[in-house]
Ligand binder design. Structure first.
Ligand code: XMP
Ligand code: MG
Length: 177
């Protein structure tokens, strides 16, 4: 793997396609076990999680559903930390077991703000599965139940993750140089 340039920044190889796919296989096996007979709903948070969701879901062998929402946070002037739902939840989650799929947990702000909204719809259970967990960056209390990789507090791109919209279409994950 070679370094790549995305816009003005240089990124160095961090996690290979092989490492990523191996961890996803392990996670899928665990979820197949933990949710056997429960018909969970995988709730994928767009945009970053689309490749993670696709690769994981292909390896789910139990009865399961998948749906997508899009969350966005206001940045800049307002420090209120508002998170808005740009594409909402269509599924009826009442009484259902939900597994949230996120590409990366950074400060935890996005999920911390969204969870109460989801819980108000009365799911039977909610667990969070993430590809990447920047543990040191966590500022808002969010309990992550399944993690593929714990990573340091450095910006990453690739495999769905972007820098200013670019870099998502890489099979490997790169770290800012
Ligand atoms: P919070 O702080 O709400 O952040 O946990 C979650 C969202 O922030 C984005 N994010 C990143 N995107 N490389 C990216 O491409 C990163 O290193 C990174 N860190 C956070 C991402 O959209 C995630 O859903
Ligand atoms: Mg994201």
């Amino acid at each position: 793997m070679n370094s790549i340039k995305v816009l003005d920044k240089e990124f160095v190889p961090y996690l290979s396609e092989k490492e990523i796919q191996e961890k996803i296989t392990v996670l899928a096996m665990q979820l197949n076990k933990d949710y056997a007979g429960k018909r969970p709903i995988f709730l994928s948070i767009l945009n970053g999680s689309f490749l993670f969701t696709a690769d994981l879901f292909k390896q789910i062998t139990i009865e399961a559903e998948v749906c997508f929402i899009k969350l966005a946070s206001y940045k800049g002037m307002s420090s209120s930390g508002n998170v808005i739902t740009a594409i909402g939840l269509e599924a009826n989650v009442s009484g259902r077991d939900i597994i949230i799929l996120e590409d990366i947990i950074d400060t935890g702000k996005t999920l911390h703000h969204y969870l109460p909204q989801l819980l108000s719809s009365g799911p039977a259970s909610v667990k969070i599965a993430v590809l990447l967990n920047k543990k040191e960056a966590l500022q808002f209390p969010v309990q992550v139940d399944y993690t593929c990789f714990d990573i340091p507090n450095k910006f990453v791109v690739g495999y769905g993750l972007d820098y200013d919209g670019l870099g998502r279409n890489s099979k490997d994950i790169y770290q800012l140089k």
